[in-house]
Design a protein around this ligand. Structure first.
Ligand SMILES: [Zn+2]
Ligand SMILES: [Zn+2]
Length: 211
């Protein structure tokens, strides 16, 4: 006596079974309550998305993490994301195996300004690099610095011409500390008390570099 699905009466020869139900009815039961839309927090300036821990470029992995904030209880495999819609394969582990479905969700962008963009807009900086020397050397070094900083999470707030060189203001002093080591620069570093944040003294660093 072949087994029949408790809902649609399909037999085991017509479909895979999960418990008392065929795969079609099981899919309906599990995935029917899915939303048609999903909210993803997005920075309106840099278009990076919030993953729960950070803002980052919308790679497959990042979109995956962002979706996990909203879709609980499923495994998620992002197939396609274009900012307006996201196509995912959702899975649920059951006793008789994993059941999956593919779904396209409309993306609702919850638009915010991320911390980095906020800092950028407000002219935030922690490090000032003072390059001094011949014009060509200064220009070449400034270019290397711009390139280096561009590959990190930090940014250049502004560059100003100064007598005999250029002043480059950078958002993050840790990045600059790493950079001077990387380029074997030998700066004279001075520290200026900038303020007190959460009970800690905050210093801005000035790196004086003669080329
Ligand atoms: Zn069925
Ligand atoms: Zn941003």
């Amino acid at each position: 006596m072949p087994r029949h699905c408790a809902t649609c009466s399909r037999t085991e020869s017509e479909a895979k079974f999960y418990g008392d139900f065929c795969e079609f009815c099981m899919k309906d039961k599990i995935f029917n309550g899915l939303p048609e839309e999903i909210e993803i927090r997005t920075c309106k300036r840099c278009e990076r998305i919030w993953t729960g821990t950070r803002f980052t470029a919308p790679t497959k992995k990042a979109v995956d993490e962002a979706l996990h904030l909203r879709l609980k209880g499923y495994s998620i495999d992002v197939k396609e994301y274009n900012g307006d819609t996201v196509t995912v394969e959702l899975g649920k582990d059951l006793k008789d195996g994993t059941i999956t479905t593919e779904k396209s969700l409309k993306v609702l962008q919850d638009k915010v300004v991320c911390g980095d963009c906020y800092k950028r807009a407000s002219g935030y900086w922690e490090a000032c690099i003072q390059l001094r020397g011949g014009e060509a050397r200064v220009a070449k070094t400034a270019e290397r610095i711009e390139k280096y900083v561009g590959h990190t999470g930090a940014f250049i707030t502004k560059s100003e011409n100064a007598p005999n060189g250029i002043d480059i203001y950078v958002s993050d002093k840790k990045t600059v500390n790493e950079m001077v080591l990387y380029f074997h620069m030998k700066p004279i570093t001075t520290y200026t008390l900038y303020g007190v944040k959460q009970g800690r003294r905050v210093y801005r660093n000035t790196y004086s570099i003669h080329l």
